[in-house]
Write a protein that binds this ligand. Structure first.
Ligand SMILES: Cc1ncc(COP(=O)(O)O)c(C=O)c1O
Length: 464
C-alpha cells in the first residue's frame, strides 16, 4: 500500500495542518500513549487536556449557585451562561438581533423542542429528506398527531445527494396560508454527503420554515449564519470538541421562534404561574424554552471548547479532514480480492467534493458475498480501532444504501407478532440475505495519517 510520501504528494495541503500534530502531542497525548485508533468523530469528538484544565480551574476558582436567583453565586453562574450564549452566536457569525441560543441537553433535545412546539395543523406540511437522523424523523410523530402532511424527499445512489428539482416540486406542496417546515441535515451522518445550504433560501422564498440539522456538519465546517439563515439549527457540543457531554443548543431565528407554542410550562420558563388562578405567563426566549435548571457548571465549558476550536481554526480542521478522507477513499476504492471482486462498496461521494469526513461502506468477500458489519466491528475492536457499525440512527439513508424497498419493509412490519414489538434480530431475519447495516469510519480534529493508514492496513487484511 502506498505510504506517506505518496499521500502528501496527492494532498500537499496536509502540510499546512501540521499544527494539529503538535496539538495532538501536547493536548491529546492519551490517544497515542493508549495506542488508540479513534475513527468515530461523527459519533463524538475528542477533548483536549487543556479544555479540562481550564474548566477545572474555573470550577475551583469560583462559587457557582443555581442561576434562578440573584445572590452573588447565582449571578456568577448567570454571567457565565450569558457569556457562553454570546460566544455561541459569535462562533456562528449570528446576529444577536436575528438569532438566539437555547441551551438543551443535546441536538435531539433541540429537535424535540421544535417538534413539540411547531404549529402543525391539518393542511400544514412537514417535509424532510430520507437522509435524516432519527431525532429529525421523530418530529413526524408530532406532525401526524396534529394532522399535518408528512412528505419524504428521496436521496439517490450512488452519491446519495438529494435532488434539487424534486425538492422544488415538494416545496410546492406547502399551502401558503399554513405553517410548513422543511428539515434536512447540512451533512449526513450516514454518507457524509453535504447537502446544499442554498436549499434554505429556496424553501424560504416559498414561505417554508427551515430546520437545518448541523450536528454532523459543525465539527469540521464553519456554518456562517450571516450568509445562510435557517430558522432552527440543532447542535451537540460534544460532537464539535468532545467536552462537555450533556449540552447542546438550538440556534433559533427570532421570528420563527415566535411561532412556536410550548406544550407546557416548567420551572424557569415562566414569569408568573398561579395555582388558584390556573394561569401562567411564559418568559421571553430563550428562557421560555429552557426547562428547569440549566447545566450551569458545564455550559461554561462550551465557551472554552469554542475558543479551543477558534484557536485552531475550523478551516485547518476542515482541510486536514478533507486530505485524510480523500486518502481513505482513494485506497479503499482500489482494494480488490485476487478474484477481481472489490473489497468495499462505499456509500456517498467517492471523492472529496460535496462530502465530509465519514466514510461508510460495506465489505465483500472474494466471491462477492457481503461480510457482516458486526464481524468487521469485532475484528476492528481486537486491533484497537474504534469505528461504528449499523445504520447510525439514520434509517432512511440506510434503506436506500442497503436496497431495502418499501414493500419489503411493509411486509416485515405486517408479519404476525410484529405490530407492537420488533427486535433488531427479528428485523435482520425479515430482510434475510441483505445487510442491515454498514461500517463507518470518521476522521476529525486530531486525526492523523497513521490513524487512517491503520484502518487501511486493517481493510487490506480482509483481502483474499
Ligand atoms: C446529523 C445528526 N443529527 C442529530 C444527532 C443527534 O445528536 P445527539 O445524539 O447528540 O442528540 C446526531 C448524532 O449522531 C447526528 O449525527
Amino acid at each position: 500500500m502506498p505510504g506517506y510520501p505518496e499521500f502528501v504528494q496527492k494532498y500537499p495541503s496536509y502540510d499546512t495542518t501540521h499544527g494539529l500534530d503538535e496539538l495532538r502531542q501536547r493536548d491529546y497525548s492519551r490517544l497515542d500513549s493508549l495506542g488508540q485508533v479513534y475513527l468515530d468523530y461523527t459519533g463524538g469528538g475528542l477533548y483536549a487536556d487543556s479544555q479540562i484544565r481550564a474548566h477545572q480551574d474555573l470550577l475551583k476558582g469560583n462559587v457557582f449557585g443555581n442561576p434562578h436567583s440573584s445572590n452573588p453565586s447565582s449571578l456568577v453562574a448567570t454571567q457565565l451562561i450569558e457569556r457562553t450564549r454570546a460566544e455561541v452566536l459569535r462562533f456562528f457569525n449570528a446576529d444577536p438581533a436575528e438569532y438566539t441560543v437555547i441551551f438543551t441537553q443535546n441536538a435531539s433535545g433541540a429537535l424535540k423542542l421544535v417538534g413539540e412546539s411547531y404549529p402543525f395543523t391539518p393542511g400544514s406540511h412537514y417535509l424532510l429528506t430520507f437522509d435524516n437522523h432519527n431525532s429529525v424523523n421523530g418530529i413526524r410523530e408530532f406532525a401526524h398527531t396534529k394532522g399535518a402532511e408528512v412528505t419524504y424527499i428521496p436521496v439517490a445512489l450512488p452519491d446519495m445527494c438529494g435532488d434539487t428539482a424534486s425538492l422544488e416540486a415538494s416545496l410546492e406542496l406547502g399551502q401558503p396560508d399554513k405553517n410548513n417546515l422543511f428539515a434536512y441535515p447540512a451533512q449526513s451522518n450516514f454518507s457524509s454527503v453535504v447537502h446544499p445550504l442554498e436549499w434554505i433560501e429556496r424553501a424560504h422564498v416559498r414561505g417554508w420554515d427551515v430546520l437545518l440539522d448541523a450536528a454532523a456538519f459543525a465539527p469540521t465546517n464553519l456554518l456562517d449564519l450571516s450568509t445562510y439563515h435557517p430558522d432552527f439549527v440543532p447542535l451537540s457540543f460534544y460532537k464539535m470538541f468532545g467536552y462537555p457531554t450533556g449540552v447542546g443548543a438550538l440556534l433559533a431565528r427570532r421570528p420563527a421562534l415566535k411561532k412556536l407554542h410550548r406544550p407546557w410550562f416548567a420551572g424557569g420558563t415562566i414569569t408568573v404561574a398561579s395555582v388558584q388562578g390556573d394561569k401562567y405567563y411564559l418568559a421571553e426566549a430563550p428562557a421560555a424554552f429552557e426547562d428547569g435548571t440549566l447545566d450551569y457548571l458545564n455550559i461554561p465549558a462550551v465557551e472554552i471548547g469554542l475558543q479551543h476550536l477558534r484557536s485552531i481554526g475550523v478551516e485547518t480542521i476542515h482541510e486536514r479532514v478533507r486530505c485524510l478522507t480523500g486518502w481513505l477513499l482513494d485506497n479503499l476504492k482500489e482494494m480488490k480480492h485476487s478474484s477481481g471482486v472489490s473489497l468495499a462498496r462505499i456509500y456517498g461521494p467517492v471523492d472529496t467534493v460535496k462530502r465530509g469526513g465519514a466514510v461508510t461502506a460495506n465489505f465483500f468477500d472474494r466471491d462477492g458475498a457481503p461480510i457482516d458489519h458486526r464481524s468487521i466491528e469485532a475484528e476492528a475492536n481486537r486491533v484497537g480501532i474504534s469505528l461504528r457499525t449499523g445504520c447510525f440512527c439514520n434509517p432512511g439513508a440506510g434503506e436506500i444504501a442497503l436496497g431495502l424497498s418499501k414493500p419489503e419493509l411493509a411486509a416485515c412490519f405486517a408479519q404476525p407478532g410484529h405490530d407492537q414489538r420488533l427486535s433488531l434480530d427479528d428485523f435482520r431475519l425479515c430482510i434475510d440475505g441483505k445487510s442491515s447495516g454498514a461500517v463507518r469510519v470518521s476522521v476529525g480534529l486530531v486525526s492523523n495519517f497513521e490513524d487512517v493508514q491503520a484502518f487501511l492496513k486493517f481493510a487490506e487484511g480482509l483481502l483474499k
